[in-house]
Design a protein around this ligand. Structure first.
Ligand code: SF4
Length: 181
């Protein structure tokens, strides 16, 4: 038996049709990481670079992430691109809450990551004050290549998740975990 990846998959070329062996976690993660549907949360100038990332020159479809969705019900990765003012912050949080799990968040640019140069009374000092961020992309603004690198980092993170196990954990009745009813 030859192994294609010691950790993730193997195949047996002696069996007709080349049967591939893998793990449930690996299969789920492979599907998830290659079909991320972004919620483009464009709030300021970084959003222009986010739009540029969707252009043919950068071809975000190589990563299966070209399906930008403007309904939170259809998205699983929020890309926060721009300055998060307090006026908008709770709207961003509401949209995040409406996205079904599993979901991930990329903070694109200095403003979304830390408030950037706006150390002011009107600006939230990082979207991670409200929602969990998986990947931070530096820059003011980051170029599309930087966002794509952030996307690849998110894919690598998803690849290591225990998808099947966590699913069974949430599905299991509370008594099974020793929690009194
Ligand atoms: S990080 Fe820079 S480019 Fe991005 S929203 Fe803030 S000021 Fe604009």
């Amino acid at each position: 038996m030859a192994e294609t990846n010691a950790q993730h998959a193997a195949y047996d070329s002696k069996i007709e049709g080349n049967i591939i062996f893998t793990r449930v976690d690996t299969a789920i993660n492979w599907m998830r990481k290659n079909s991320l549907w972004p919620m483009p949360m464009g709030l300021a100038c970084c959003a222009i670079e986010l739009m540029g990332t969707g252009a043919s020159r950068y071809d975000i479809a190589r990563f299966g992430a070209e399906v930008m969705r403007f309904s939170p019900r259809q998205a699983d990765v929020m890309i926060v691109a721009g300055t998060v003012t307090y006026k908008m912050a709770l709207a961003v949080k509401r949209i995040w809450d409406q996205m079904p799990a599993p979901k991930w968040c990329i903070a694109m640019g200095a403003c979304a990551s830390s408030g950037g140069m706006y150390r002011s009374y009107a600006v939230l000092q990082g979207i991670d004050n409200l929602i969990p961020v998986d990947v931070y992309v530096s820059g003011c603004p980051p170029r599309p290549e930087a966002l794509l690198e952030g996307l690849m980092k998110l894919q690598a993170k998803i690849d290591k998740e225990s998808s099947a196990l966590s699913h069974f954990k949430t599905e299991a009745p509370a008594e099974a975990a020793g929690v009194p009813a």
